[in-house]
Design a protein around this ligand. Structure first.
Ligand code: IMP
Length: 172
């Protein structure tokens, strides 16, 4: 398994992102939305790096995916508190085609947050099908299938502490 980003590289970059985000919002309260399941580890580290007044919400989504993302998303767990009038930050593990994020932005915008932004640990710009804004990006990567640090292949590898490039044959 090839390591793409080590624990240390993740820690350093997420600390930087957290500081950047906190300075953008000043001391205003923020709602961080963890998009399940892939973002759980990134959320846990990022909200500690942001500090201050942060409310945590979870949004369960499941994409109707065959081999390609369709952008059709089913909500399996909705937010438990209102985001109306609040600064909201969507926390994503990875933006690939951007179709999932496009759906989520449309869905959350109608709930009238004060602001709505996106933080993604990883982005694959070469794969983009929708021109979605990603305000904070940890790392832009090539078109690799990555696993670990929350990201899975058929529900496996989420518990790796680093991000690796999936190599077929690894799990045979
Ligand atoms: P999108 O709608 O194509 O942007 O898909 C985003 C979702 O697909 C992410 O939130 C991940 O759950 C999943 N995904 C995309 N690329 C990868 C990858 O390389 N490894 C693991 N999951 C991925």
């Amino acid at each position: 398994m090839k390591t793409l980003f080590s624990e240390e590289q993740l820690r350093v970059r997420i600390t930087e992102l957290g500081a950047e985000i906190r300075s953008a919002y000043g001391d205003q309260p923020l709602t961080a939305i963890c998009v399940l399941k892939g973002s759980f580890m990134f959320l846990a580290d990022l909200v500690r790096a942001i500090g201050g007044d942060v409310r945590i919400e979870f949004l369960g989504v499941s994409s109707y995916k065959g081999t390609e993302s369709s952008g059709e998303v089913r909500i399996t767990h909705d937010l438990k508190t209102s985001i109306e009038g609040r600064h909201v930050l969507i926390i994503e593990d990875i933006v690939d085609t951007g179709l999932t994020l496009q759906y989520l932005l449309r869905m959350l915008e109608v709930r009238r947050p004060l602001s709505l932004k996106v933080a993604a640990l990883l982005s694959k710009p070469a794969r983009r099908q929708s021109d979605v804004p990603v305000d904070y990006v940890g790392f832009s990567i090539e078109d690799h299938f990555v696993i670990g640090y929350g990201l899975d292949l058929d529900e496996r590898f989420r518990n790796l502490a680093y991000v690796g490039i999936y190599e077929p044959g690894l799990d045979d």
